[in-house]
Design a protein around this ligand. Structure first.
Ligand SMILES: [Zn+2]
Length: 439
């Protein structure tokens, strides 16, 4: 206990130093009060982070996810939000989602934008993995399960809202904060797991995602989407001595290899497009189980392979890019070597968050926020550096910005860390962004 007190004291010192670095010249009097509130409440922010991190909430740990939801619901209520739990049917095998709402009354006079703030309660760490309780590694770095991805981002959202509520700056705002319980391992079918999420987002104008921040001067205006493909090749079989003749043909393995290699040759130079074969399995007798992502093969070097299966992903920045890539891949698949037949099946996963003029408009508000805070402007980060996320499900309906959460290292890996030196700045940036958009 003593150690924690010392550590929190050290963090406060660092935070004071950080606050002094910012000039805050461009801020209004009430905005400066918000900054002061955040500085004064950093020990509480870190205590809240510790409280939530020390409860395991792997996506499959239903009771753990709900417990973290209760903690954050308590904090949203302190900021004057109404909270509710959106349950999932038992068949989905996920906890459900926390929704906190302010405003949305028919007689609300606000002319500000309606906001949709996105967090998630779950982490990639299930209870059977080694525990990693919240620990200060030095005066400005802490580790713990989900400390960065994304309980840190959840805390950024909550403390920012509490700071604004405290100053009476969101009394008339229309804000929905939606913390999903299964971002890391989404429940199926997605229509059920994300149906309510999408429906509520459609009532708003702008979505702000609090996934990990990439430095102080960059946010995500676009994220790539993810999808899947499965290539099935069948071929005439026979003695290997006849391979390459028109009678015996080339076999399924050569044909699958040709196709995958041509994918790489023709499509690998396209910006933001990637595709990776994850399983490549062929032989004389071959079986593959999609649900287990595993298979077996028996073959002899003197038998031409009659069957090969390849499965892979396909990541893209826009629907157009995805569809064009699929057309090119289909054309490659159709040019079969003698004695072979090939078929490719595409399956949608998570849509992309495409870059749009609307997203850039929100970026310009954040750019002004960081300039007014005296830390320089904000630019759009590289969309290639981010995977798909919950915000992508609604990118077709509202303007979106992601990467407004905590900063740190090693998300999804044991020992992930949060940068506590940057945390107060990120909470302030979030508060000012929410205030200026919603007022
Ligand atoms: Zn995340």
């Amino acid at each position: 206990m003593k150690k924690i007190v010392v550590s929190l004291f050290a963090v406060c010192l660092v935070i004071t130093v950080q606050a002094q670095k910012m000039s805050l010249q461009g801020l209004s009097a009430e905005e400066k009060k918000v900054m002061e509130y955040i500085d004064a409440n950093m020990p509480r922010a870190i205590a809240l982070l510790k409280e939530s991190v020390d409860i395991n909430s792997g996506s499959l740990n239903i009771s753990g996810v709900k417990k973290v939801g209760e903690i954050f619901a308590r904090e949203f209520e302190k900021a004057g939000f109404k909270t509710e739990w959106v349950p999932m049917p038992a068949s989905v095998k996920r906890a459900g989602h926390l929704v906190a709402t302010k405003g949305f009354n028919s007689n609300n006079p606000s002319k500000g934008k309606k906001l949709f703030l996105i967090g998630h309660l779950d982490t990639v760490f299930e209870p059977d993995m080694p525990a990693n309780p919240f620990t200060m590694l030095n005066d400005s770095t802490a580790t713990g399960q989900g400390v960065n991805d994304m309980k840190g981002g959840d805390v950024v959202t909550i403390i920012a809202l509490q700071a604004l509520a405290q100053q009476g700056l969101i009394n008339n705002a229309n804000i929905i904060a939606y913390f999903t319980g299964d971002e890391e391992r989404g429940g199926e079918p997605r229509e059920i797991a994300r149906g309510d999420f999408i429906a509520r987002a459609q009532k708003t104008d702008i979505a702000l995602g609090f996934e990990g921040a990439n430095g102080l001067n960059s946010v995500a205006t676009a994220r790539r989407g993810a999808s899947h493909w499965r290539l099935e090749v069948t071929a005439k079989t026979g003695h290997s001595s006849g391979v390459f003749t028109s009678l015996a043909g080339y076999g399924a393995i050569y044909e699958a290899a040709r196709i995958v290699n041509e994918f790489r040759e023709q499509l690998s130079h396209e910006k933001y497009l990637t595709f990776n074969p994850g399983v490549f399995i062929g032989g004389s007798e071959m079986s593959y189980s999609e649900s287990k992502a595993s298979g077996s093969a028996i073959g002899k070097t003197n038998i031409i392979s009659p069957a090969t299966t390849v499965t892979g992903d396909l990541r893209f920045l826009t629907e157009e890019q995805k569809n064009n890539a699929r057309e090119k891949m289909k054309a490659i698949v159709s040019k079969n070597l003698p004695g072979t037949k090939a078929n490719i099946i595409f399956e949608d996963g998570i849509p992309s968050m495409a870059p749009t003029p609307g997203n850039d408009k929100v970026l310009s508000v954040i750019d002004q926020v960081t300039k007014d805070m005296g830390v320089g402007g904000t630019v759009a980060g590289d969309p290639g550096s981010r995977g798909a996320g919950d915000i992508s499900y609604i990118a077709a309906y509202v303007d979106c910005i992601d990467g407004l959460g905590a900063s740190g290292r090693g998300a999804h890996a044991p020992g992930e860390t949060i940068n506590l030196k940057e945390l107060p700045f990120l909470i302030k940036r979030a508060a000012l962004t929410i205030y200026r958009l919603s007022k």
